[in-house]
Ligand binder design. Sequence first.
Ligand code: 4AZ
Length: 326
Amino acid sequence: MRALRYPLIGTAVLLLVAPVPVRAGNRGIIGGQAVKVADVPWTVALASRERFGPVRSGQFCGGALVSRTTVVTAAHCLSREVLGVEMSEAKDLRVIVGRDDLRGGAGKEIALKDAWVNPAFNPETNGGDVAVLTLAEPVTDKAPIAMAKEGDAAYKPGTEAGVYGWGDMFGNGAYSPTLRGALVYVMEDGMCRQAYPGGPEGVYQPSTMLCAGLPRGGRDACQGDSGGPLVARGRLVGLVSWGSGCAQAGRPGVYTRVSAVAALVWAHSVDPAPGAAPPAAPPPAQPPVAPPVRPPAPSVAPSASPQVAPPAPGAGKRPGRRPRWA
Ligand code: 4AZ
């Protein structure tokens, strides 16, 4: 994307500079420590060996599993600028689940059945940076992560959040072969606006973005982490989207605000949103027709036909699900 000035490959997330006050016991993650994918199983890699080569499994972005068959990522990950070709020409796009080390073959590589890139994504402002990938087969052995909703306390400034990916570790193109994570803090919109009032990198829009980092910098996502998860209070609050460089003081990472796009995500997912009305039950199979056993003719005609089956519970009460790509 025009606004992103670094080649997109690799991983991110590391604290480079001064140690900031950290909670004892958290050091395993803070500052870009290795993270086990088993501990953050909804963290996935987007990969194309054809586009990015076989090293590191062809990883070029991150994503988050939000249901058995639905992955959310950044729209810009699927742009011509990143892929080098139109998405439709990138035939071997895969989602990799359960693989810590991209040099190995652990976990699973899953092909895509569908991909929806937000048509409202604006590469000038970076607004609307979200895409929905539908997996060709469901992930049954990894728990998806819940998307934060509007008003979620996890968006409160100062909230601790973890960001995960295989991107650039130092802002110099050194992409990590193994999954890493850093602890950052949700920042106040005022600070984010001040950092990005409108420039070549993008424009901070609080309704659809959030920013996170440390005031003095040192921990952040970077190239190659795009689309990956920012998680607070156990919920997916953001998707790595953009920023000015990586981990610089006064230049926090900017994330797609998940609560603002969750409805859009579910509208383009084959799985229902948790808590949504289940799809209407199919009509009950007709019972085999048995030869009628004629009761003795009543002396008075019954008032209603006993042959009419009761409606299935809930039938006719709920509208059907929207077609996926409507
Ligand atoms: C990128 O180019 C990118 N420091 C991702 C995250 C950030 C900057 C750039 C935030 O994918």
